[in-house]
Write a protein that binds this ligand. Structure first.
Ligand code: OAD
Length: 232
């Protein structure tokens, strides 16, 4: 493990599950009682902005009641101690990686704590609620939406992610079902380059066959031992 130099880590909802945040693809395919398509598409927002704002307001408020778990903490330790290149790409919109202390983070699906103004395109720290139409701090218009990448929208940071994958000699995927592209395709990009690929997940993901190695179990156990192995 210590021969590696440049690492890309991809995280998904499974890393935050033991902090008490629901994953997306539970047994009934519902997320907090909603179909993902009803709260995570621009069409859903156009059809029923109140429902969508209320949904993300509740998710944002919920952040206050959860804390990073041992998996977030282990990645923060890796970030602090790893002197090679590291990029932690997260699909998660929570702030648990940052609260654990990680710095080299890229939120490819946006962040609950960020708001995006549809009038002037500015982004700013989100107020606690967007439901009551607060003004954009940049242009003053009440046109803020959650800064979340919905289905049909372009994920953030794809150039930086691509560049990091091109340099990586280790790609690690943690707590993601491999159901949503482009993140689900990173393993194939890495593999094509001959990068070592490792999956840490509760169960085999949809792309499990593409990984050199898959370890199954809870992130709070697998991630700390993986980081120990890496840091030696
Ligand atoms: P999913 O809900 O699709 O998958 C979560 C994965 O985590 C599953 O494979 C679980 O088996 C695994 N898991 C659950 N608990 C775990 C634990 N304690 N330790 C380790 N693994 C565990 O979530 P994502 O793959 O993150 O996009 O979903 C990808 C995207 O789909 C999300 O970012 C979101 C959603 O639509 C947007 O909102 C744009």
């Amino acid at each position: 493990m210590r021969d590696f130099r440049n690492i890309v880590v991809l995280t998904g909802a499974g890393i935050s599950a033991e902090s008490g945040l629901a994953t997306f693809r539970g047994p009934e395919g519902l997320w907090e009682g909603h179909r993902v398509e009803d709260v995570a598409t621009p069409e859903a927002f156009a059809r029923d902005p109140e429902l969508v704002q209320r949904f993300y307001d509740a998710r944002r408020a919920n952040l206050a009641s959860v804390a990073p778990n041992r998996a977030h903490e282990a990645l923060a330790r890796l970030d602090a101690e790893w002197d090679g290149e590291l990029l932690i790409v997260t699909q998660n919109v929570d702030d648990l990686h940052e609260r654990a202390g990680a710095r080299r983070i890229l939120h490819m699906h946006g962040e609950l704590n960020s708001a995006w103004c549809l009038a002037c395109d500015a982004r700013a720290r989100s107020p606690a609620t967007l439901l009551d139409g607060p003004s954009c701090p940049a242009c003053g218009k009440p046109a803020l939406r959650p800064d979340i990448v919905w289905f049909g929208e372009m994920p953030y940071g794809m150039d930086a992610i691509e560049a990091a994958l091109m340099q990586a000699d280790l790609f690690v995927s943690i707590g993601t079902s491999g159901a949503v592209y482009p993140a689900a395709g990173f393993v194939q990009t890495a593999r094509y380059r001959g990068t070592r690929t490792l999956e840490l997940n509760l169960e085999p993901s949809q792309g499990s066959i593409f990984f050199d190695e898959s370890r199954m179990g809870p992130a709070s156990e697998l991630v700390p031992s993986f980081v120990d192995e890496l840091l030696g």
